[in-house]
Design a protein around this ligand. Structure first.
Ligand code: GDP
Length: 536
């Protein structure tokens, strides 16, 4: 098959949702429909429901499984689908944001009882930043939920995206009868847990078809009224608007009952984007470009504690990746070849000979990759748009076993490479501070340092409000910070200068006194402009 055909064949996406909306269930049903798995219950959820370390430890024991489910590749109707898994727990949201940089579209799952929830809003903000095309699946229609029109309004107002329902439900909960496909004028009848994965669909000649009255009796009027209302309110569906990330098609269903899933999947195959262009430091890379290129968006350390190996997950962006061929690791300016790259089909990992744009490959890594690293066939560019957000909680790291300092240093180095936490070292001292998005990450860091590196640490709380990367033209711009506020200045892993404000007031003061400095709450992994070198 030619490269172009391989590219057009592929769809790389993620399913996102607030925990419990039904992401794992939908993932499983997609795999069932595609034939990639045979029985329900095969997809292990790698999410953590409660914010407790003990839950994570249990998950850790299953790390092999969670890695295998990091990427699920399967075939459906002659397409190769790469589904990238994202952690459900909000404390690991950064991992999700990074994964979203590697997909071409997303499916957002909403619980019809709960509507748009906090985590949904945050995830959608990230999608909106990148104009990622979004499809919405409103789940759990077998339960008494919010009114569909109300849900659609809520989606538009809270997620700042236009929506267009492509199906519309008749009834809900006990009264749920099924969904009407607005464009195909067909009705898909609902039954509890459809055991055969096939449609029970009746096609009508439009809304005025008398058949509707035969099938639904008095409900037919309601259905006509609802669908006409929807057609009146919402503009016609435009694939182009969807692909630009401005308009989200909406489907209704019940994942656990296999209902509405096939419709979603079929439309997804039809309209979701194939691998798209990617921005680089000096232009754009197109999937059809002849030369191979790709970037690392996720790193998983110590899969097997006995071997200390890590896997770097690389998204192929252009050309063709081949096993045992030399590629340039741009940041290190080093030629590397990979003897054992892994691919992920359904739930198993296997050796890969070649990969095409849209594919995700696992590269065994002895510690040479950072998130955002680029591989090319020799060109010196880096991929852009891989964000690093300012952490929200900070703690000082205290080594509680002086004989294990080296192990601690190494462990912290590796685990922060992985993106589990961010490390800041005080500019004038040697105080080490780790910053995370959610408290649970501290527990995980401590646990993994002990179990994987034999290092024992404690955390000391510190007054910290927010952290900002500092952008400035020359050293004079930061004189006040260096002279008066040096205790709040830190260096991140790349040597960028960071201001950790202890209060809102101290932040305002610092900003007032340093008008030529930009205080940034997020930067890109490969942002070179911010590197200011040694200021101490
Ligand atoms: P995730 O946290 O988003 O991955 O959610 P899960 O897929 O684990 O689902 C959370 C809960 O909702 C589980 O108990 C599911 O069985 C249940 N669930 C998923 N889909 C449906 C549905 O269509 N209807 C109902 N009633 N429950 C569902």
């Amino acid at each position: 098959m030619s490269n172009i055909m391989e590219i057009n064949n592929r769809k790389t996406f993620a399913i996102i949702s607030h925990p419990d909306a039904g992401k794992t269930t939908l993932t499983e049903k997609l795999l069932l429909f595609s034939g990639a798995i045979k029985i329900a219950g095969a997809v292990k959820s790698n999410k953590i429901k409660k914010a407790a370390a003990s839950d994570f430890l249990e998950i850790e024991k299953q790390r092999g499984i969670s890695v295998a489910t990091s990427v699920l590749s399967f075939n459906y109707n002659d397409h190769k689908i790469n589904l990238l898994d994202t952690p459900g727990h909000k404390d690991f949201a950064e991992d999700t944001y990074r994964t979203l940089t590697a997909v071409d579209s997303v499916i957002l799952v909403i619980d019809c009882v709960k509507g748009v929830e906090e985590q949904t809003e945050k995830l959608m903000q990230v999608c909106r930043m990148r104009n990622t095309p979004v499809m919405i699946f409103i789940n759990k229609l077998d339960r008494e939920g919010k009114d569909p029109v109300e849900l659609l309004d809520e989606l538009e107002s809270k997620l700042s995206i236009k929506v267009r329902p492509l199906t519309y439900p008749l009834g809900m909960g006990y009264q749920f009868r099924g969904v009407y496909n607005i464009y195909k004028n067909s009705f898909d009848f609902y039954s509890v847990n459809k055991t055969k994965i096939e449609d029970d669909v009746v096609v009508f000649e439009g809304l005025q078809d008398k058949g509707l009255d035969d099938k639904f009796g008095t409900d037919a009027q309601k259905l006509r009224h609802d669908v006409e209302l929807i057609d009146g309110i919402y503009e016609n569906f435009s694939i182009e608007e969807y692909l630009n990330g401005n308009l989200a098609p909406v489907f209704f269903g019940s994942a656990i009952n296999n209902f509405g899933v096939k419709e979603l999947l079929d439309t997804f195959i039809e309209i979701a984007p194939s691998p798209t262009n990617r921005e680089i430091t000096n232009g754009t890379v197109k999937p059809v470009d002849k030369n191979f290129s790709g970037f690392v968006f996720k790193i998983h350390s110590n899969l097997d504690p006995k071997h200390r190996d890590r896997i770097a997950f690389l998204r192929v962006c252009s050309g063709k990746f081949e096993r045992n061929k030399f590629y340039l690791h741009v940041r290190l300016n080093r030629q590397l070849k990979f003897a054992n790259p892994a691919s992920f089909m359904a739930q198993s990992k296997s050796l890969l000979e070649e990969a095409f744009p849209g594919d995700v490959i696992g590269l065994y890594d002895s510690g040479i990759f950072n998130i955002g690293d680029t591989l090319t066939e020799g060109e010196g560019f880096m991929f852009k748009g891989i964000p690093r957000f300012s952490p929200e909680v900070f703690r000082i790291v205290r080594n509680t076993d002086p004989f294990k300092s080296k192990q601690m240093e190494k462990g912290i180095q590796h685990l922060t490479d992985e993106g589990l936490a961010q490390l800041f070292v005080q500019n004038y001292g040697n105080k080490k501070v780790v910053g995370v998005v959610g408290e649970l990450q501290f527990d995980v860091l401590k646990y993994r340092l002990l179990n994987e590196y034999g290092a024992s640490i404690d955390f000391v709380t510190m007054p910290a409000y927010k952290a900002f990367w500092l952008k400035y033209e020359n050293k004079n711009d930061i004189q006040d910070l260096l002279n008066i506020r040096s205790h709040s200045l830190y260096n991140d892993k790349n040597g960028n200068l960071v201001f950790i404000a202890d209060t809102d007031f101290s932040l305002k003061m610092a900003m007032d006194k340093n008008p030529n400095v930009k205080f940034l709450s997020s930067i890109e992994h490969n942002d070179q402009t911010i590197l200011m070198g040694d200021v101490a």
